[in-house]
Design a protein around this ligand. Structure first.
Ligand code: ADP
Ligand code: ASP
Ligand code: MG
Length: 469
């Protein structure tokens, strides 16, 4: 068997967990598996890098010193617990110190210019994986197996230049990966690759989107024609809802690529939304499984949905940190191309719209976008559209909302699902702010106040008995 195994930040959060990961990897490698390992940043590190990059942009040098010290301590502690050989410890410590010194220079540079471009932000964010991966490599090497570590760029992942959400140039990437990792695998060497980061054709560092180590794993899986891609994480698999909201959430043993992708897009964090694209084309199965229960098979994602499951609703998810944006104006009524103007302005300014609903009166459009870009979206629309033409007369927003998405392949053609969902929300006395249903009919999504989000998820999970099916 040839398997690409990805370990997320939650799996490599501490030195002890890293040791456990190295034990798992070597167990499979000794069982005659050809294993490729993909590693995320230690839990929380990428978020911290985002924060410190923003502080650097504001020329806040004080925080950089503190951050660098903490980062070094965190990784040194992990090295000491994860690796027993002192020679290896020293080797990995030296890599860590050198990498952190480079990061410090980059952050200081951002401080001086006071500018953080998508390109420089990707460079900063790449350090999480550049620091975690050598430690995991050291812990595997500690088991006396042959292993070698690579950055995504060194492994051969070449992307477009869409910094922050880059996509691989798959043909070229496959060729390079086969050339660089293929022969090692044949010799029984375990390649350990940084997740999330790659490079464009000019060799400039890119990232494939937050949570993107899953994507790195499926890219490698396709390039190397793996038998399966395994995403190891801290929960049993893909669940009927986030177990942190509903502890009774149940693991879903099987999902189709389309169902799992839909769940990922609508907030089930266990999977990166674009990660299933490359594997679904090649029909390579993906498994989501728990590092704490390696004996469990986890969730298997393949082409077909589980034929045994007849229920319409399979899962419910909440997307926090979003905002609703309203654009209204009598000038939009009966004016062909008016919606196009609104979306053109947003598109050209790189503002992604997650959900849309427009009234039949044509006088207003509601949209859901990420909360972090709300300010920019409002000002962009105001500048571009609030002119004397009268097309748009008001741009307003609500920033304390969440999207709830209810999903399942059998919702297609099942009557009464929507009415049952909305009756459940109404019974709780909670107001629905907006509704949308994609043409795939795989999900119904709606917007509620964020403070009500968890209660709505629980109520729907209960109403459809998702913990029991
Ligand atoms: P990793 O670090 O392994 O990539 P993530 O934090 O990205 O882990 O994803 C795993 C987390 O996703 C879980 O701890 C869980 O709280 C959350 N989650 C949200 N919705 C779901 C779901 N439907 N199924 C499984 N996990 C979910
Ligand atoms: N470290 C990256 C992130 O936090 C990628 C990942 O964890 O998959 O987004
Ligand atoms: Mg993840």
């Amino acid at each position: 068997m040839k398997i690409v195994m990805k370990f997320g930040g939650t799996s490599v959060g501490t030195g002890q967990n890293i040791r456990h990961v190295a034990d798992l990897v070597t167990k499979y490698a000794n069982d005659d598996c050809k294993v490729v390992v993909v590693i995320s940043a230690l839990a929380g590190v990428t978020n911290k890098l985002v924060e410190v990059a923003e502080q650097a942009k504001k020329s806040d040098e004080k925080h950089i010193d503190e951050f660098i010290k903490e980062l070094l301590q965190k990784h040194q502690a992990a090295i000491e617990t994860a690796i027993t050989s002192t020679t290896l410890q020293t080797e990995v410590s030296q890599i860590t110190e050198k990498t952190i010194a480079e990061l410090e220079k980059v952050l200081t540079g951002i401080c001086y210019v006071g500018e953080l471009t998508p390109k420089s932000k990707d460079y900063v964010l790449s350090f999480g994986e550049r620091l975690s991966t050598p430690i995991v490599w050291g812990a595997i090497e500690d088991h006396n197996v042959e292993t070698q570590w690579f950055t995504g760029k060194e492994a051969g992942i070449v992307t477009d230049s869409n910094f922050g959400e880059a996509d691989p140039l798959m043909n070229y990437t496959s060729h390079l990966i086969q050339e660089r990792l293929g022969p090692l695998l044949e010799k029984g060497v375990i390649p350990v690759v940084t997740g999330y980061i790659a490079a464009n054709q000019d060799g400039v560092v890119t990232t494939v989107g937050r949570g993107g180590s899953d994507y790195t794993a499926t890219i490698l899986g396709v390039a190397l024609q793996a038998d399966e891609v395994w995403i190891w994480t801290d929960v049993d698999g893909i669940m009927t809802t986030d177990p942190k909201i509903v502890p009774a959430a149940r693991m879903l043993p099987q999902l189709s690529y389309q169902e799992a992708a839909e769940m990922a897009i609508f907030g089930a964090k266990a999977m990166h939304p674009r990660a299933l694209e490359p594997v679904s084309k090649e029909n390579i199965p993906v498994r989501i499984r728990s590092i704490f229960k390696p004996e469990n098979p986890g969730t298997l994602i393949t082409k077909e949905p589980d034929a045994k499951v007849k229920e319409a609703v399979k899962a419910v998810a909440m997307i926090p940190d979003v905002a609703m944006l309203y654009v209204s104006g009598a000038g939009m009524v009966g004016a062909p191309g008016s919606y196009a103007k609104v979306f053109d302005v947003l598109g050209k300014n790189n503002i992604n719209v997650m959900m849309i609903s427009a009234a039949a009166s044509e006088g207003n459009i509601s949209m859901v976008i990420r909360r972090a870009i709300l300010g920019r979206a409002i000002s962009t629309l105001e500048i571009a559209l609030l002119d004397r033409s009268g097309l748009v007369s008001e741009v307003s927003a609500e920033d304390d909302v969440a999207v709830i998405a209810v999903m399942g392949a059998n919702m297609k053609g099942t009557l009464g699902v929507a009415s049952k969902i909305f009756a459940t929300v109404a019974k709780k006395g909670i107001n629905i702010r907006m509704i949308a249903q994609g043409s795939s009919e795989l999900n119904i999504s709606f917007v509620v106040k964020e403070k009500d989000g968890a209660a709505v998820v629980k109520a729907i999970h209960d109403e459809f008995s998702l913990d029991k099916i």
